[in-house]
Ligand binder design. Structure first.
Ligand code: COA
Length: 333
């Protein structure tokens, strides 16, 4: 049975840098509060005239293909993790296929598991590789969160956290070990703790198509930050431990943990709980904020480019987010 290996990584973030200082001019917040509670110093927000989820993903994918030494035509399947597709439907997978000029017949699958989306997508890719159905799968996470944020004092607990960007990985069938295991979980009892209500389908036709939307608050991100934080620190630790146990490995074996960049305090809590050194954990939330499904592939791509991931390293991915969903993956690089 073939193994799945990540043979190329790429990322793209919009040019516009939004600093904490800027946010403090449009809402009641300040750099000290944001840095202390989240670790974020700046994030990237799109320019709607130039950036789309699909074209950011295409830029990240081209970088991943180049680093893998592959052509777009080598890709036989696309898996696109996003909760912010360019259209309500179709999903962004088909738009990415078009952007890359890929063979019009290859399949494109969209995954909507928020911050855990990239690991869910990697897990799906791994199953298709193992069955022998596909050989080179493009796995992408891309998000535009900035346009769904309430950038006023009312929305300050989310507006300061989220950012935009895309990351991509080429997952290839190989005779050598790569993805050792993936572990996926969800608990829908907490669906409304972090969500956007509209444009939801469970509305009357009149509600879905009003002449005028008077109150746009249900189109913005709603988050119960305390509740998310409390569950995140427990689930992250659990799911990392689960992955290690499934492979008879211990936390000392981890060369690099790349957690979903939710909040620096969450990453630091996990690091402390698992007694990992600074060298064993990668964080870049300071520069990009929380980019949901894009955060892990962006972080992986940067970590790889910085030489933090070497051949044979044990890399652990872990995520928690809306749903609630949480997930982990262990990869022998
Ligand atoms: N600037 C200044 N003050 C802010 C603020 C901001 N951007 N956002 C919230 N506050 C205020 C609140 O209004 C509240 O004021 P009050 O006490 O007068 O009511 C105070 O700060 C404390 O709010 P609280 O929500 O209890 O703060 P917190 O310590 O829990 O931090 C989060 C808020 C959002 C940073 C924190 O809950 C968190 O990080 N949660 C996890 C979020 C996350 O990771 N989400 C993504 C998951 S994938």
């Amino acid at each position: 049975m073939p193994y799945s290996r990540i043979v190329g990584l790429g990322h793209y973030v919009p040019e516009r840098i939004v600093t904490n200082q800027y946010l403090s001019t449009v809402m009641d917040t300040n750099d000290d509060w944001i840095v202390e509670r989240t670790g974020i110093r700046e994030r990237r927000w799109i320019d709607p005239a130039t950036d789309t989820v699909a074209n950011m993903a295409a830029k990240a994918s081209r970088m991943a293909l180049e680093r893998a030494g592959l052509q777009p035509s080598d890709i036989d399947f696309i898996i696109f993790a996003t909760i912010t597709p360019d259209y309500f439907f179709p999903g962004s997978g088909v738009l990415l296929q078009r952007e890359l000029g890929l063979d019009g017949r290859i399949a494109a699958l969209d995954i909507r598991n928020a911050c855990s989306g990239f690991i869910y997508a990697l897990s799906v890719a791994d199953q298709f590789i193992k069955t022998g159905m596909y050989k080179n799968i493009l796995v992408v996470g891309g998000e535009i969160q900035s346009t769904a944020l309430d950038v006023t004092t009312r929305g300050r607990n989310t507006a300061v956290i989220f950012g935009d960007g895309a990351g991509a990985a080429i997952v290839q069938a190989s005779g050598r070990q790569g993805v050792l295991s993936t572990h996926l979980h969800s608990d829908g009892n907490f669906a409304e703790e972090l969500y956007i209500r509209d444009p939801g389908s469970s509305r009357s036709a009149a509600e879905r198509q009003p002449d005028q939307i008077l109150d746009t608050s249900t189109y913005k991100v709603v988050m119960n930050g305390n509740q998310v934080f409390k569950h995140a620190v427990v689930r992250f630790t659990e799911v990392i431990t689960e992955a290690l146990q499934a492979n008879s490995l211990s936390k000392e074996d981890i060369n690099l943990l790349v957690p979903h960049q939710a909040n620096l305090r969450i990453s630091q809590y996990i690091q402390e709980k698992l007694s990992l050194s600074n060298d064993q954990v990668y964080n870049n939330i300071m520069r990009y904020g929380n980019t949901t499904a894009a955060s892990i592939p962006i972080a992986l791509s940067e970590a790889w480019a910085e030489g933090r991931i070497r051949e044979n390293d044990l890399v652990c991915l872990a995520a928690f987010g809306s749903g609630f969903t949480w997930a982990s993956a262990l990869i022998r690089w």
